[in-house]
Design a protein around this ligand. Structure first.
Ligand code: GRF
Length: 193
């Protein structure tokens, strides 16, 4: 049987993780969440994973040197044998060691139309720049910041008088519809005959 297991990495609220979980439950996404790993002890996303009865693991990253942290992450994920590692609001940059373990198998979702507005506060950057259209992107992770090959994108209009909160909410609802479609695409490509 093809491996369709997803490992989720998150740092906060976890709404993108919940959207993936819901897509699986609805039968829209043929996949299985094998574990949820958080690097922040009180991340709400970890509590949700526990509610769902999924393996939920907290690996605090504060004060841990990057290479050592990535080794621990790899050791934690390896036994679950994920087909894909899905970053869902995971606020750490992953480097060579981690990516070597999962080559071309790490996905991220970003709240802008990359390559515009990479990094933090993408929605604020879009407002400050005055763009009329922004959106969200699911991409493969490489060693840069939000630079890897793009899988799927959705556009979101910027409205007159938008605040960062309003725009972020409008983008987020599109993120929730985009991520599972991108995961399905990545899994299907991986298992194409
Ligand atoms: C999302 O906006 C995502 O694009 C970005 O971090 C945020 C995570 O939100 N990478 P949530 O934790 O999934 O609700």
């Amino acid at each position: 049987m093809a491996n369709r297991k997803l490992a989720i990495l998150l740092s906060g609220r976890g709404s993108n993780f919940v959207a993936l979980y819901d897509a699986i439950r609805r039968g829209d996404l043929d996949a299985e969440i094998c574990c949820v790993v958080g690097n922040v002890p009180d991340a709400a996303g970890i509590a949700r994973a526990q509610e769902f009865g999924l393996p939920a693991i907290v690996l605090p990253s504060k004060g841990v040197e990057r290479a050592a942290y990535e080794r621990r992450l790899v050791e934690t994920l390896r036994p679950y044998d994920p087909a894909l590692v899905c970053l869902a609001g995971f606020m750490r940059i992953l480097a060579a060691e981690f990516l070597r373990e999962f080559p071309g198998r790490v996905l991220n979702i970003h709240p802008a139309l990359l390559p515009s507005f990479p990094g933090l506060h993408a929605q604020r950057q879009a407002l400050e720049h005055g763009v009329k259209v922004t959106g969200c992107t699911v991409h493969f992770v490489d060693q840069g910041v939000d630079t890897g090959p793009i899988l799927l994108q959705r556009a979101v209009d910027v409205h007159n008088g938008d605040t960062e909160e309003l725009l972020s909410a409008r983008i987020l609802s599109q993120e929730h519809q985009l991520y599972w479609r991108a995961v399905a695409l990545a899994l299907n490509r991986m298992h194409a005959p």
